[in-house]
Design a protein around this ligand. Sequence first.
Ligand code: PLP
Length: 440
Amino acid sequence: MDPAAHLMTHFGPVSAEGLPVIVRGKGCELWDSEGNRYLDALSTLFCVNAGHGRAELADAAAAQMRRLGYGTTWDMVHPPALELAARVAALAPGDLDRVFFTSGGSEAVESALKLVRSFHQLRGEPRRTKVIARELSYHGTTAGALSATGLPSVRAPFEPLAPGGCHVPHTDAYRTPPGRDPLWAADAIEHRILFEDPGTVAAVILEPVQNSGGCLVPPDGYFQRVREICDRHGVLLISDDTICSWGRLGTWFGGQRFGYVPDIITTAKGITSAYAPMGAMIVSERVAAPFLEQDASFQHGLTFGGHPVAAAVALANIDLIEREGLLDRVLANEDLLRETLEGLRDIPLVGDVRGAGYFWGIEMVADRETKAPFPPAAAKEIVGVLDREIKRRGLICRAVDRGFPVIQLAPPLVAGPAEFEEIAGVLRAAMTEAAVIHAG
Ligand code: PLP
């Protein structure tokens, strides 16, 4: 057996044979075991926000391991978790002041879905168990998070799923017909709440910019309308900021970018710039209130939630983001990134370029006039060619088929004009190749 066959990949084959072995990183660059160099235009998995090879994050981990290598946030706590919770609460919007740590994003979402049930039970509304999410959304792989996830290909192999997941359309500004109320997708949430019976709906979960589907940016006023709808029907609003936090959109959290305050935020990935596994659920005082008033516990926990090494890395990562002004850097550079990608519009495949901050998607269409998508076989072929040609040129980004081919980019926040140019150069070559092969 090839030694690599022992390693089962995630969302892939049960063997790692033939995959590049990444051994080293610096800034926006990675190298594999054969000495090939890659430009990481995806922060590897939307998570290495501070860039690769940051010695101070390694030093923070080593120092904490020497001091206290493990501790819980169960019936005793430790300084890094205490300090990090206070720091996160201070950065979060509104009165989201209480922090529950997890090992990653799925666990943060799972925790939020359990907390909202507990919240409604304590308030005498135990029928409120359903969660409304958007089509094509990805909220993680654990049972609860998966029932919120709106990607048929990810859900289908595990059906029947945990009950309660309901789906509404995403904010497809590209295909919204002219003249249609731009907030139609927010109103679709209210229709679904009414259809389900508001007394059975616990929460709405939304990403600030929806990743899956290719960086779907909400229209102006969307989150304000959703906030009103949730309040009108006693439904909690969960903002799943697993990607859209820690500077990805040029703000700490998505709510600050789009001017809304959710009841709960879920986050992970960039909280440590992925140097240690960590996620968090950040909870408003309103949601915490019934637990405090009734002296009730949240009956949920994780051995590694708030791990001291991860918490120490997160603190050092927040210091780094602040010291290097990475939020301002993203805001200062996002127009240039947009313009650089918009420069690809002369390639016939390019239908839409959309995104915010350092988080962009390029959707490809069969006909730019009508915005008609490719037939399924052609979409698959184009994604296959793009994936091959992009990788061959040493660029790490994502080319996927979501019913339409889409390329996604999320460079480390330290990226700048030189990286943008290289990204556009590789994409131009790969998309031109895909267009030629498709036309032929
Ligand atoms: N929620 C969102 C919005 C995500 O993008 C992801 C992962 O990409 C998750 C949840 C799941 O996070 P994890 O893979 O850390 O479990």
